[in-house]
Design a protein around this ligand. Structure first.
Ligand code: DGL
Length: 274
């Protein structure tokens, strides 16, 4: 029996899509979620900088006594997953590999679209992973810098979001992809808009449930599960505004959020500097 919590992080609210699946799959585990709202969005930043942020947060969570870290952010996974796995003494689970596998399984015409942040597109991680499974798949990446600020903004389901989705979808629809990877944990939050724009014939792939399954399997493999008869807890930390996080978080998580604790960015930075 291992009573330590599981750490989950993202730049903001996107990782809640992953946390939600983890809470459903592992109701007996405790979770601590950190949203790096002060430095959101990650997408337009250089990979090197995102790698540094991810290292700070993962180290910080390790210092909080977590038994596993979930990088619930495609940009952080793309920039930093191997580094995090090397640097941490606890297992680190990312979100890209499950989506690459699901996309290869889903596509019938072997034309796969990718919607992601600029950083994730620039990393080339999806192509690399998809091509290890099927080098004949054509991957069409589209960077969507407008989407994360819109989703974290005042009107995530408004006309501006629909316009931004239409703009991103246009080249993929023209290219006849039958599968689109939602390569950013924020995007499933606007899934109805995406599915309506792409139509029912296009399969949308995202990794929250697969990631939760991988977390569950990793805990079992390492024999670090908590007592299955208990009900777990979850708590939130943000480098941004706790009130805003709570408001947005409860809308997206659709589960109650009690207190949200503020963490200074300087505290994260000091963990790696120490
Ligand atoms: N949700 C994150 C991702 O999956 C980060 C988005 C951002 O901060 O730009 O890429």
């Amino acid at each position: 029996m291992d009573t330590r919590p599981i750490g989950v992080f993202d730049s903001g609210a996107g990782g809640l899509t992953v946390l939600h699946e983890c809470l459903v799959t592992l109701p007996h585990e405790d979770f601590v979620y950190l949203g790096d709202g002060a430095r959101l969005p990650y997408g337009p930043r250089p990979l090197e900088e995102i790698r540094r942020f991810a290292a700070e947060i993962a180290r910080f969570l390790e210092g909080q006594g977590v038994k596993l870290v979930v990088a619930a952010c495609n940009s952080a996974t793309a920039a930093a997953l191997p580094d995090l796995q090397r640097a941490l003494s606890v297992p680190v689970v990312g979100v890209i590999q499950p989506e690459a596998l699901a996309a290869v399984r889903a596509t019938r015409n072997r034309r796969v679209g990718l919607l992601a942040t600029e950083a994730t597109v620039a990393s080339g991680r999806y192509e690399a992973l998809i091509w290890t499974l099927d080098a004949g798949v054509t991957v069409m990446p589209v960077a969507c810098p407008k989407l994360v600020p819109l989703i974290e903004g005042d009107d995530p389901f408004g006309a501006a979001t629909v316009d931004a989705v239409r703009e991103a979808a246009a080249p993929l629809k023209a290219a006849g992809v039958d599968t689109v990877v939602l390569g950013c944990t924020h995007y499933p939050l606007i899934r109805p808009i995406l599915q309506r724009v792409f139509g029912r014939d296009v399969t949308l792939v995202f990794s929250a449930d697969e990631t939760a399954r991988e977390v569950s399997e990793t805990l079992a493999r390492k024999a670090i599960e908590n007592d299955p008869r208990r009900e777990g807890t979850y708590r939130f930390l943000t480098t941004g505004d706790p009130v805003a996080f709570r408001e947005m978080g409860s809308r997206f998580l659709q589960l109650p959020i009690a207190d949200v604790e503020h963490v200074e960015v300087a505290r994260l930075e000091s963990v790696v500097a120490a």
